[in-house]
Ligand binder design. Structure first.
Ligand code: KQY
Length: 366
């Protein structure tokens, strides 16, 4: 495996494929830190296993696990799930993992961004994050994939979605946040994105849904179903706390064209009817630790059905026990008639700060 510091994917003809393109496999990391996952992470581990086992119905899945958790993870994960030893600070491989890129010959490489736990010492969620920051290199080593290393550029995978044909969607709230790359201007950030994702058009949304956790990652509010078609969450209920942001996302996208000049088709999927609030009992199961953002009873989670993962022939969708669970699945069946839509109950993951998209990372087929 080579580390490439003197070129970029754009210069070498590599681009980030859309998530809807064919995957070789998906990656996950195993949760265990008790200051983020309640009850020693036991309930979360069962849900992570359910997500991995659901993905395994569609494509290979590899889960990175610490030595201490190897036997436990092996017991909960299906036989068709590959388990490898990778130490990490937490389990958000979407954000700390590599971003894979591919060229027209089908060769695959990766980009290893800097990771600083969603804002570093400014407003990051835990310290230290050094093990997370080494995850991309470890995955690339295991896969023998050459890896681009930009010169000090902080980015998380959950803050980007591409159409694979030159269009990228991001939020200003996240990419321009002071905890990421405060020394860079918006134009300089755009140049990094153009070079390392090989995109020609960047669609800037103003905000995402979770200002506190990820500074508004795009993967709760917009993704591509296929080139020319985006999906956003929606509600007409003005009392819904996410009404304002959904409508703002719609305004930012309506009438926009993509890199190929197509006017975007905007698909809407429902928001939850009732919000998810962390209960007293759930909060009491978390071990507070210095250096980690506290989780307190009554806190509202940024729960979104949009934090789903596209897999080969399928869509793995968060479910919350909400009145709109089935409507979200139905909407995705209409948007993706070519895929099987599978729901997984993920309250435990949203209590930890994310959902299915945040805990997974796709590796394109070479
Ligand atoms: O992508 C995400 N939503 C990750 C959130 C991290 C939460 C850490 N407690």
């Amino acid at each position: 495996m080579r580390t490439i510091t003197d070129s970029t994917p754009r210069k070498d003809g590599f681009r980030m494929p859309g998530e809807f393109e064919e995957h070789k496999q998906a990656w996950m990391l195993w949760p265990e830190r008790p200051d983020n996952w309640r009850n020693g992470a036991k309930p979360a581990q069962q849900v992570f296993a359910n997500v991995a086992n659901a993905i395994a119905q569609f494509e290979p899945i590899t889960v990175g696990v610490s030595d201490a958790q190897f036997e436990n993870a092996r017991r909960l994960l299906g036989e068709n799930v590959r388990v490898v030893e990778i130490s990490s600070n937490d389990s958000w491989v979407r954000d700390c993992g590599p971003t894979f890129v591919k060229n027209d010959k089908g060769e695959v490489r990766a980009v290893n961004w800097d990771f600083n736990a969603w804002g570093g010492l400014f407003d990051g969620l835990y310290f230290p994050w050094d093990k997370d920051d080494r995850v991309p290199a470890k995955i690339c080593n295991i896969e023998n994939v050459d890896m681009y290393k930009p010169d000090h550029f902080v980015l998380e995978g959950g803050s980007i979605h591409v159409d694979g044909e030159g269009t990228l969607v991001v939020t200003e709230q996240c990419l321009l946040s002071p905890g990421r790359n405060p020394e860079l201007t918006k134009e300089q950030i755009e140049e990094y994105l153009r070079q390392y994702l090989n995109v020609d058009k960047i669609l800037w949304l103003r905000e995402g849904m979770d200002p506190d956790e990820t500074n508004g990652h795009v993967d709760d509010v917009c993704c591509f179903a296929r080139p020319g078609e985006v999906v956003i969450p929606w509600t007409d209920d003005q009392e819904n706390p996410f009404y304002r942001v959904c409508h703002m996302v719609y305004e930012d996208l309506a009438g926009q064209t993509d890199a190929k000049g197509r006017t975007l088709t905007i698909h809407k999927i429902p928001l939850l009817k009732e919000q998810v609030f962390i209960t007293q009992e759930e909060a009491e199961g978390i071990d507070p630790m210095p250096g980690s953002a506290p989780r307190v009873a009554g806190e509202m989670a940024a729960a979104s059905y949009l934090n789903y993962l596209l897999v080969n022939g399928g869509v793995i969708v968060p479910q919350f026990g909400d009145e709109n669970d089935e409507a979200a699945l139905e909407a995705l069946r209409r948007i993706h008639p070519e895929r099987k839509v599978v729901g997984v109950y993920t309250r435990e993951i949203i209590l930890g700060g994310g959902n299915i998209h945040c805990i997974t990372q796709q590796q394109p087929k070479a």
